[in-house]
Design a protein around this ligand. Structure first.
Ligand SMILES: NC(=O)C1=CN([C@@H]2O[C@H](COP(=O)(O)OP(=O)(O)OC[C@H]3O[C@@H](n4cnc5c(N)ncnc54)[C@H](O)[C@@H]3O)[C@@H](O)[C@H]2O)C=CC1
Ligand SMILES: O=C([O-])CC(=O)C(=O)O
Length: 336
């Protein structure tokens, strides 16, 4: 009897641990829709909550017909709809906000997206303070600090649970290298550090199996400005959505794998980081080991060559300003 109840308890807690609600804020957008589809295909996701200021119930109805086991629900664009979408979420992905048009930098999106992200972060702080928050909305270098400030103001900031999604930079880097070297991108492990815009994106080819590539200035530039390539090709219709959805789904999957006990799950991500704090830079993207509590360990940058050292220097100047801008925005515009 005693034995049976113990087994039952254990079975219950194991399955409870594997119940993973994932919420997408901005689910009806260019990224949100394919991201929702990919999450529906992920067996680790048991409940998928879709929220947008328009169209989420329609996207949810569509995605819900995909014949995998998870339940999908679309929420109305109301404060209570948002709160219900967030309640009990283990992972919240935020691709809400406007994308670039040709000629714009990511920083040009700040004026519109800063308040969108601030308000969604408030809702997360109230309804899902323990969730892993994955910020996709640009400029990531500023929107992540905005989230941190909002969480701090509400006394619920957990630096281990806030992630800027920079996965697309390594996805691109591995693909671009594979094109040059005629290899399978799966085998190309390229570390990319810094932030997520222009010169703040720093690929470290010297640490890859092709150290010669660090002197390939065209390749370095292509990784740094890969987003511009897509913005230009889409010609006013937005920026990367499909590759971004894949990258966001990969990051969410990695967090779920780590939370379900898998060891040595490492992803590059923009987090509250000690690496350059002594230079006043509180957030930095690097290889991060994930665990059940979110960030498990921030891995050191490792050895870099002289070219990369210069790239990091340029990165730090811009990154510092971007982070400061996000913090100042919340200080000056705390909202309701
Ligand atoms: N981190 C990264 O690597 C990348 C980031 N991005 C960024 O992702 C963001 C979204 O891009 P797209 O999906 O292409 O844009 P989109 O315009 O197609 O979709 C954005 C969605 O957000 C929704 N939205 C706006 N305000 C909202 C709010 N307050 N609450 C909930 N939903 C809201 C809109 O209704 C729309 O459906 C942009 O800021 C873009 O720059 C894009 C690609 C890569
Ligand atoms: O370039 C953009 O604006 C969107 C983005 O962040 C990317 O594709 O990396």
């Amino acid at each position: 009897m005693f034995m049976a109840s113990r087994i039952q308890t254990r079975a219950f807690s194991a399955s409870a641990r594997n119940l993973s609600k994932v919420t997408v804020l901005g689910a009806a957008g260019g990224i949100g829709q394919p991201l929702s589809l990919l999450l529906k295909l992920n067996p680790r996701v048991t409940e998928l909550a879709l929220y947008d200021i328009r169209g989420a119930p329609g996207v949810a109805a569509d995605v819900s017909h995909v014949n995998t086991k998870s339940n999908v629900k679309g929420y109305e664009p109301t404060p209570s709809g948002l709160a219900s979408a967030l309640k009990g979420a283990e992972v919240v992905l935020i691709p809400a906000g406007v994308p670039r048009k040709p000629g714009m930098t990511r920083d040009d999106l700040f004026n519109t997206n800063a308040s969108i992200v601030r308000d969604l972060a408030k809702a997360c702080a109230e309804s899902a303070p323990e969730a892993n928050i994955l910020v996709i909305s640009n400029p990531v270098n500023s929107t992540v600090p905005i989230c941190a400030e909002v969480f701090k103001a509400r006394g619920v900031y957990n630096p281990k649970r806030l992630f800027g999604v920079t996965t697309l930079d390594v996805v691109r880097a591995s693909r671009f290298v594979s094109e040059i070297k005629k290899t399978d991108p799966v085998d190309e492990k390229i570390t990319v550090v810094g932030g997520h815009s222009g010169v703040t994106i720093v690929p470290l080819f010297s640490q890859s199996s092709h150290p010669d590539l660090s002197s390939n200035a065209d390749l370095v530039k292509r990784v740094q400005f890969g987003g511009d390539e897509v913005v230009k090709a889409k010609d006013g219709a937005g920026s990367a959505t499909l590759s971004m959805a894949m990258a966001g789904a990969r990051m969410a999957e990695s967090l779920l794998r780590a939370s379900q006990g898998e060891k040595n799950v490492v992803e590059p991500t923009f987090v509250d980081s000690p690496l350059y704090k002594d230079q006043g830079i509180d957030f930095f993207s690097s290889q991060v080991e994930l665990g059940p509590n979110g960030v498990e360990k921030i891995l050191p940058i490792g050895k870099v060559d002289a070219v990369e050292e210069k790239l990091i220097e340029a990165c730090l100047t811009d990154l510092k300003a971007n982070i400061q801008k996000g913090k100042a925005f919340v200080a000056e515009n705390p909202g309701n």
